[in-house]
Design a protein around this ligand. Structure first.
Ligand code: ASC
Length: 152
């Protein structure tokens, strides 16, 4: 039974495996920009939620989860070929693909801090949340300074 369909199964598996490679660079850039826009909205929510008295801890916790999920997914947001050489309009610098170890280090720093931040958010201490938020913003900036062309 399986034997009969093996060829079709293998072909289907290959198509699925190759799907990221088949996505057009313009679509990859679009998805990346959308994902970072969402991440920026979560960061804004975190900052806004701390401007009220008392701070809106539950909103911070929900945003922290979104930020942590973005950090987990982010390594997949920069497929080879989705840089400016694709012709798509992107602020992602070629350095991302030229120095993958340095880029990974910056992404890992963000992810580690996203998880620290989430832990602080869930613990609910306003001062600790504030301190971890500042550190989180610094890891965003660390990556932008090195790997993102200036401007909004
Ligand atoms: C944020 C955000 C960033 C960083 C950066 C820190 O809240 O969206 O990209 O902090 O502005 O300098």
């Amino acid at each position: 039974m399986i034997r009969r369909y093996r060829r079709a199964l293998v072909a289907t598996a290959l198509i699925f495996a190759a799907t990221p490679l088949l996505a057009a660079p313009a679509d990859q850039v679009r998805s990346r920009i959308d994902a970072f826009r969402e991440l920026g909205a979560s960061m804004k929510a975190v900052n806004d939620a701390q401007r009220t008295a008392p701070p809106q801890t539950m909103l911070i916790q929900i945003s922290a989860r979104q930020i942590a999920n973005a950090a987990r997914a982010m390594p997949g947001w920069f497929p080879k070929g989705s840089g400016p050489e694709s012709g798509a309009k992107t602020k992602a610098k070629p350095l991302i693909w030229a120095q993958p170890a340095a880029f990974k280090k910056a992404q890992d720093a963000f992810a580690a801090q996203a998880f620290n931040f989430q832990r602080a958010a869930n613990a609910g201490n306003a001062d600790a949340i504030r301190a971890e938020t500042a550190k989180l913003g610094a890891t965003c900036k660390g990556c932008h300074d090195q790997f993102r062309a200036p401007g909004n």
